[in-house]
Design a binder for this molecule. Structure first.
Ligand code: CP3
Length: 372
């Protein structure tokens, strides 16, 4: 039986009246199980392109206040899944919560992105990083997960996440976003042992953080390696992938019974698909530079694939969006194991109706690729 997307979309229906349906397409696709159509969610689906997000955001001091107030973060998490028939929700938070909990003084400067008041500048800064307890310093994230799970019940799966140790380190060492990444590269070439020490510390913090997210109730996890693509092949393996693999292996050891699937996303990581597929992850997220057909041939049945429409497609008119969606679906081809997504976050100036149209196009075009 096909599910009725309207009831799924309507979170005002009380879960305890028994009238809601469980939408597990996203989890089924991760497990390569048969489906009626391709599931979709969107990176940064809760964000500035939504007027209801901007309205709530304008009522509070800043973005971090939204993240750190579980009632509000829960509302924002639910906004996109209340408006659109998406197949998963993602916890509203940020990858930089860990560096913030480590005491670096995170703040967001309007139109400039994240900055740290106390970036890592000396060996001592790195050696003295504290150990964090996710249920203390990051309790607000766990509370958001618990509240959101309560609201969603089993209607939709909830994705938890963290940044890769390498990506967190780039922000912590640079002190903010960067174009050149000279500081972290300087550390890599001049003091590699110190960088490894930092990455090991972040790896342990991330393992604890993600285990706490699992305990709080997330249904899947995603690791965002936004800056892994800056590294040469060998450096990618030793400074980025190696630590993501340690995280995945540690998570797998802790959950012998209930397996929480893990998606690995290295932006610009298309060259490393074989090695990524060997980490023990369940899926690889692809940016739009990767060719989905080629990627599928490379990874075979080892992992599912997520992606990879160019986010800028959403500036186009409906026929263009539709034909680009058709191209992505055709590139993956028949069968389960594909989760539709953009190749990176949705731009803040996209009209929300474009998202509605994108989802309609997937609903219309993807059943032809499935046999249920
Ligand atoms: O996807 C979702 O809807 C969940 C929420 C989420 C956010 N950030 C919310 C956010 C997730 C998964 C992230 C991950 C994240 N954060 C990454 C990895 C993914 C990626 O985009 O590559 C990175 C590198 C960050 C760090 C970060 N946070 C930057 C560089 C910025 C500024 C750029 C921007 O878009 O403004 C943020 C802010 C941020 N994180 C916003 C949101 C909704 C915008 C905040 C606002 O101004 O309201």
């Amino acid at each position: 039986m096909l599910e009725n997307d309207h009831t799924l979309n309507d979170l005002t229906l009380k879960a305890n009246d028994g009238s809601f349906k469980t939408n597990d397409r996203f989890l089924k696709a991760l497990a390569h199980q048969k489906l009626d159509r391709t599931p979709i969610w969107i990176m940064r689906q809760a964000g500035r392109y939504l007027p209801e997000y901007r309205e709530l955001r304008n009522k509070v001091k800043d973005f971090l206040t939204l993240c750190k107030t579980p009632e509000l973060a829960t509302r924002v998490t639910l906004q996109p899944v209340q408006r659109f028939p998406l197949d998963a929700a993602i916890v509203f938070s940020d990858i930089l919560t860990i560096p913030d909990a480590l005491g670096l003084g995170l703040h967001f400067v309007e139109n400039e992105g994240p900055q740290f008041r106390r970036p890592l500048r000396t060996a001592k800064d790195i050696e003295q990083l504290p150990k964090i307890d996710p249920e203390t310093e990051l309790r607000y994230v766990m509370d958001t997960i618990r509240m959101t799970k309560h609201e969603l019940s089993t209607r939709l799966p909830l994705i938890g996440f963290a940044g890769s140790p390498w990506t967190l380190a780039t922000y912590m060492v640079e002190g903010k976003g960067s174009k050149q990444f000279n500081e972290i590269k300087r550390l890599l070439y001049c003091e590699p042992a110190l960088l490894h020490q930092l990455l090991s510390h972040l790896t342990q913090a991330t393992i604890d953080y993600l285990n706490a997210q699992i305990a709080a109730g997330v249904d899947a996890l995603m690791i965002f390696d936004t800056w892994g693509g800056l590294l040469s092949q060998t450096h990618y393996f030793s400074y980025s992938l190696n630590y993501m693999q340690k995280i995945i292996q540690a998570l797998l050891l802790k959950q012998p019974h209930k397996k929480i699937p893990i998606i690995l996303f290295t932006k610009n990581g298309g060259l490393h698909l074989d090695e990524m597929a060997e980490t023990g992850c369940d899926a690889i997220g692809l940016d739009w530079l990767a060719d989905l057909q080629h990627a599928r041939q490379r990874v075979g049945h080892r992992v599912a694939l997520q992606g990879n429409l160019d986010p800028a497609t959403l500036y186009a008119n409906q026929p263009t969006i539709r034909s680009e969606v058709a191209n992505v679906l055709r590139a993956y081809g028949k069968g389960s194991g594909h989760i539709f997504n953009l190749g990176h976050g949705i731009p803040p100036d996209v009209h929300p109706d474009k998202v509605g149209f994108l989802i309609e196009a997937i609903h219309e075009l993807s059943p032809a690729y499935h046999s249920l």
